[in-house]
Design a protein around this ligand. Structure first.
Ligand code: FAD
Length: 196
């Protein structure tokens, strides 16, 4: 869609983690025009961003799996009870492939404002890529832990070395094959984040 044009949706979803992915699948299946937006370059949410060495589940994999599809449950085999982050991300990507979720997800795009237009009863949404969207409904699948918490350490701004944050860890550090998060001097979501 060209920059500046207004996209009309029944339902806009913010976030393509496990909640947003399921919302795309479920609500599009009801015949609604649906699109999810995520600042990440792929699905997975928490398991896309938090790729620091040693990141893993503390919930048993079978309990953390989607249960809406018996076929999905049968064709995915977990390697262990408490998988590491690369396997979690691989599972999310497998689900996205299997249910063709990405065709209704816009990646590398952050939602910057959501306002309700009382006049026509629509949400007016803008993105950091200049897109404008009108939607009857918005689902905030933004997660409860998706904004990195950067500790306010005295003197950190004078530290000359490289500063890493677990939530914006460079892709090469974990062996994951997913595209790298935007680990730059600016945070993905918090102006306080200084991860590099
Ligand atoms: C380090 C870590 C370890 C965890 N370990 C476990 C565990 O072992 N077991 C467990 O049960 N839970 C764990 N959790 C909790 C985990 O967040 C949830 O289990 C689950 O993954 C949340 O899924 P979600 O889809 O709701 O949100 P998320 O996975 O957080 O996805 C939200 C998505 O929304 C996107 N987003 C947010 N704001 C915007 C915006 N304005 N515009 C565009 N996109 C936006 C983000 O980029 C993100 O991709 C952990 C969380 C963290 C951070």
């Amino acid at each position: 869609m060209p920059t500046g044009a207004v996209e009309d949706l029944d339902l806009l979803i913010v976030g393509a983690g496990f909640a947003g992915m399921y919302a795309v699948h479920r609500l599009r299946g009801q015949g609604l025009r649906v699109r999810a937006y995520d600042g990440a370059y792929d699905v997975g949410g928490t398991w896309y961003w938090n790729r620091y060495p040693g990141a893993r589940y503390d919930i048993e994999s079978l309990e953390y799996s989607y249960s809406f599809s018996e076929e999905l449950q049968q064709d995915w085999e977990w390697s262990r009870r408490f998988p590491e982050q690369p396997e979690m991300l691989a599972y999310a990507r497998h689900v996205a492939d299997r249910f063709d979720l990405r065709r209704d997800i816009a990646f590398a795009t952050r939602i910057t404002s959501v306002t309700f237009d009382e006049g026509d009863g629509r949400w007016l949404v803008t993105t950091d890529r200049g897109r404008r969207v009108r939607a009857r409904f918005c689902v905030m699948a933004t997660g409860c832990l998706s904004v990195p918490n950067v500790p306010d350490l005295p003197g950190a701004d004078r530290f000359a070395g490289r500063i890493l944050h677990t939530a914006t860890w460079p892709a090469s550090g974990s062996g994951s094959s997913a595209p790298a998060p935007r680990a730059s001097s600016a945070s993905r979501s918090s102006p306080r984040s200084r991860a590099t």
